[in-house]
Design a protein around this ligand. Structure first.
Ligand code: UDP
Ligand code: MN
Length: 351
């Protein structure tokens, strides 16, 4: 009697123990299999950051109660433009989002947006307009950290920044070739993400300085990996895209491939995703250089190749990258950001 009452709990414990052990072994085996089965792009695999993700993460889309906004329709919307890619990423056009709703969802997240801009050589002269118009239209109400890369720190204008916005100047070498300045952007963005941006921001946008903001560029543009459709080619067939077409280049895209032609004047997304993109593009650029090849449109060509196989999670319409010399077309209801007309011979170190 005494034996059996003492014995029962031991048996029970033993049985539970065996089950736990089996469960542990089973779970380990399957989770390892699951991990193995997830395909990872070779480039991304080889360049994944060694440090863990620090800030970038996915937030829930929480909308405040009692917020009044227009009822979204299931049947009526823009029909003159395509608003989703074949891999189901949104293409952001005016009329596809409610700015009040978007702001109310994203502002409580207290995000910090890094914005890198290069102003090397005479391009410092574009900084004032860029910064002043960004203060009026770019991510208004968010924490923004501008990182200005220049070889002329003394020529960086002092611009009044609104609350929550911050600017740091980072000195970089000048160059006699604009192609080199443009190409080195990827490398410098990569190393600055490593040394500081990774700790200081959630999202990043890398923008051309020879541009101005004209209308809202807000949280509707946020995503894991964000690209913009180049205004010069959005109505063209892929055969007309100025991709790099020489197979010897690491930026090569065959004639029968390609989604859109993306503009090199804007790269955006989670800091870690842009870090991977810049790492891959920089490495490919170096391989090309080693083979004495410079891709047709330098880093824009490498960007296009990267985005063809690493699809952006959000695509910005040409509203987010226009060119001042180009007349507005009927589908573009609002120009948000546009490249200014510049005299190449005057601003570039070489032509
Ligand atoms: N850039 C620069 N100094 C130069 C050339 C280029 O700072 O001498 C930077 C600048 O941020 C510029 C970007 O590289 O916006 C891309 O070059 P650019 O605007 O001349 O190219 P485009 O838009 O004309 O293709
Ligand atoms: Mn430009």
């Amino acid at each position: 009697m005494r034996f059996s009452t003492n014995f029962k709990p031991y048996v029970l414990l033993l049985v539970v123990g065996i089950f736990l052990l089996l469960g542990y072994v089973y779970f380990n085996f399957f989770s390892e299999r699951l991990n193995r089965d997830i395909p990872v792009d070779e480039d991304v695999k080889s360049s994944s950051p060694s440090k863990p993700m620090v800030r970038s993460r996915v937030w829930n889309m929480v909308s405040p109660e009692k917020l009044l906004y227009k009822q979204p329709s299931v049947l009526v919307g823009r029909t003159d433009v395509v608003t989703v890619t074949p891999w189901l990423a949104s293409i952001i056009w005016e009329g596809t989002f409610d700015p009040v709703l978007v702001d109310n969802i994203y502002k409580p997240m207290n995000l910090t947006i890094a914005t890198t801009v290069f102003a090397v050589g005479k391009y410092v002269s574009f900084l004032r307009d860029f910064l002043e118009t960004a203060e009026m239209h770019f991510m208004v109400g968010f924490n923004v950290r501008y990182y200005v890369f220049t070889d002329r720190p003394q020529d960086v204008p002092s611009v009044n920044l609104t609350q929550g916005r911050h600017l740091s100047v980072i000195q970089v070498p000048g160059s006699n070739r604009w192609q080199e300045i443009s190409a080195r952007r990827m490398e410098i963005i990569q190393t600055t993400i490593e040394s500081q941006i990774r700790r200081e921001a959630d999202y990043i946008f890398c923008l051309d300085v020879d541009s101005k903001f004209h209308a809202r560029w807000g949280a509707e543009s946020l995503g894991r990996l964000v690209a913009v459709i180049h205004p010069g080619y959005y109505d063209q067939t892929r055969a007309n895209f100025p991709y790099e077409r020489r197979p010897a280049s690491m930026a090569y895209i065959p004639m029968d491939e390609g989604d859109y032609y993306y503009g090199g004047a804007m790269i955006g997304g989670f800091v870690e995703d842009v870090y991977t993109l810049t790492t891959v593009c920089r490495n490919r650029f170096a391989v090309d250089a080693g083979n004495s090849i410079e891709a047709a449109w330098q880093e824009e060509s490498h960007l296009n190749r990267y985005l063809l196989y690493n699809k952006p999670s959000k695509v910005l319409s040409p509203e987010y990258l226009w060119q001042d010399f180009k007349a507005k077309t009927k589908e573009v209801k609002v120009i948000r950001f546009s490249g200014v007309i510049k005299n190449y011979a005057e601003v570039r170190p070489n032509v």
